[in-house]
Design a protein around this ligand. Sequence first.
Ligand code: CUA
Length: 320
Amino acid sequence: MILTAFLLPGCEGVQSTLAPAGKGAEQIAMLFWWMVGGAVVIWTVVIGLAIYALHLNPAEHRRKQSAIWIIGGGAIAPTIILSVLLIYGLRLLPPLLAKPPEGSLQIEVEGRQWWWRVKYRQLEGEPIELANEIRLPVGEPVEFILTSGDVVHSFWIPALGGKVDMLPGRTTRLTLEPTKIGTYRGVCAEYCGTSHALMNFSVVVLSKEDFEAWLNQQKSSAYQANSELAIRGQEIFINSGCGACHAVRGTSADGTIGPDLTHVGSRNGLAADALPNDPESFRNWIAHTKTLKPDALMPEFQAFSSEELSALATYLDNLE
Ligand code: CUA
């Protein structure tokens, strides 16, 4: 009882398969509980039999009775139980792999060492690009179109459904349907190098209206720096060549190597959810990239003065 009380809180939270918030995750959680139920019954029966056997008279048993126990308990019963669980598990597969209805929202996600490029496909025009954050409308199937820019990654939002590998040179697909409004966490589920564990993303499930409003805002160009410090930050950003890797729509920064920063200030986290999103984190990240995320491709800019870092941090934090 005490052990259960300690373990159960671990089942909740933003990254739990046992607190499902999506159709796929609900089915997977149900399968898990049936498996646990089956295991508990089998364990109880086996231990019960072992205790019973210890108390038996060690005299010789009749052959027929022994054969019933060995064949029945050792072969027939496990075959029936495992077959039932297998059939139940296999029946769950087709809906998990089903294609979404025509016209569903499509989101391209590319795994990178160690962040996520996210593009919302639009009916017309270029996709809307962001990074390390995915927002979804509740109650609607969404198709993820998954690729990798370097090594094998694996796309997994435990609260919403199963995981799918992202493979260089190939496209894989996954359909998820969130059922509960809330904020969850996505992770990379395949070891992909030094900073594999620092490659996460935020998943925010919104009402349809809130989602549309958010998507429209993401579509827009970046906010125009208007305070003295932010304008100074933008100058440093452009003049130091940050735009060679990063894009900020509406400015001359149009790099595609690193994450799109057009609305970086509006995201829940920084550096693929490795840091909270605040000016202090921007300062730290720019000056200590390699410490905060070993082997990250972005260079450390230790040459910036404290004043320059503050200006950059203000500019980036204001990009909402
Ligand atoms: Cu990407 Cu592990």
